[in-house]
Design a protein around this ligand. Structure first.
Ligand code: PLP
Length: 361
């Protein structure tokens, strides 16, 4: 990214040499991002992140045709899908929100069976940001393809952590965000299958084929491209490495508290995520204490955290309030070590052993 923040800083839409170089770098990145998900570069549109890509997908398809349409989502989606859907509902569209089973997963028939009016769009996330549980997107994709209903998938959490291929998944739109695969913050992309009807969110110039007008974030796009290239090359190694670390973490945590509940442990999950609930404990107090010890552990999604409310994901899975309030989310990455995991387990065990962390209700 560095050359594009310094000497090679230029607008990728300009004609002079520096601009041309920036443009070439953007197009190289587009190839890399497309390659990571098995898409053609012409199907990749850079955005400011996952939130914008989700809004572009939902609004873009729902508003591409005149009149009110029907949208099907799951109740587990990220706030950027849930709130966009709520705004579409206010504008007159109808929405079905499909809840998961207690495991956090759902069946494709649940998603498609729920739609009485024919949907204009179905949107299902690939992996949940709190639990890491993977949803059956490819089965939904084949049912949607049979009915000619476009399918959008928020794959922000899955990219770089699981193999993701738009043909296998049979999706028409797919959201990505660079910072989840060690790229820069504030850059993402929407994959749009050729021929999908989509109305841009903004009126403006011809950047990104007019689908997302505005001067491109060249350093961000270059960083995203390189992160995508590395994620593709290292995917299997990274997956095996973090899966091992997670096993070590969960075994350690189980030893320290027999009543700990590892959410989604019986269904397919991302290899790096572990959501552990300590019944009757105060997850927020535990996380704050771990933070003081230098551990970056969350109670749930950063985005739900701003609302201060209990996790909508865990609630929609039907978990009891005394379990939801004791949730800690651990996210592991290829840069973590087994020594770090061991010292985290020791820190959690010490805290769990103290009755002070029991929730008073
Ligand atoms: N979708 C999911 C599943 C996420 O976890 C996030 C962010 O964490 C987003 C969308 C939003 O992405 P961004 O922060 O790039 O806007």
């Amino acid at each position: 990214m560095e050359p594009f923040l310094r000497g090679a800083f230029a607008n990728a839409s300009t004609q002079y040499t520096r601009g041309r170089k920036a443009r070439e770098a953007v197009e190289d990145a587009r190839v890399e991002v497309g390659r990571l998900i098995g898409a053609a570069p012409t199907e990749i549109f850079f955005t400011s992140g996952g939130t914008e890509a989700n809004n572009l997908a939902l609004r873009g398809v729902m508003e591409a045709e005149p009149g009110a349409g029907h949208l099907v989502i799951t109740s587990l989606e990220h706030a950027s899908v849930l709130r966009c859907a709520a705004a579409l509902e206010e504008a007159g569209h109808s929405i079905t929100r499909v809840p998961p089973a207690a495991t956090g997963a759902m069946e494709a028939v649940q998603i498609l069976g729920a739609n009485s009016p024919r949907p204009r769009l179905v949107s299902v996330m690939l992996a949940n940001n709190e639990t890491g549980v993977v949803q059956p997107v490819s089965s939904v994709g084949s049912a949607c393809a049979e009915d000619g209903v476009p399918l959008h998938c928020d794959a922000v959490q899955a990219i770089g952590r699981l193999p993701v291929d738009v043909t296998t998944l049979q999706v028409d739109l797919l959201t990505m965000s660079a910072h989840k695969l060690h790229g820069p913050q504030g850059i993402g992309a929407l994959y749009v299958r050729d021929g999908t009807l989509l109305r841009p969110l903004f009126g403006g110039g011809a950047q990104e084929g007019g689908v997302r007008p505005g001067t491109q974030n060249v350093p961000g796009i270059v960083g995203f491209g390189e992160a995508a290239r590395l994620a593709r090359i290292e995917l299997e190694t990274r997956m095996a490495y973090v899966d091992n670390l997670r096993q070590r973490l969960e075994e350690g945590l189980w030893r320290s508290a027999a009543d700990a509940v590892v959410v989604g442990s019986k269904v397919p999950r991302l290899p790096n995520t572990s959501l552990v609930c300590y019944p009757n404990r105060d997850g927020e107090a535990l996380a704050a204490n771990l933070d003081q010890g230098g551990f970056a552990v969350a109670t749930g999604a950063a985005c739900d955290g701003e609302d201060g409310g209990p996790s909508h994901v865990l609630q929609s899975m039907g978990l009891a309030p005394n379990i939801v309030s004791g949730a800690l989310r651990f996210s592991l990455g290829p840069d973590n070590t087994s020594e770090e995991v061991d010292s985290l387990v020791r820190a959690v065990s010490k805290l769990i052993g103290k009755s002070a962390w029991y929730r008073r209700s």
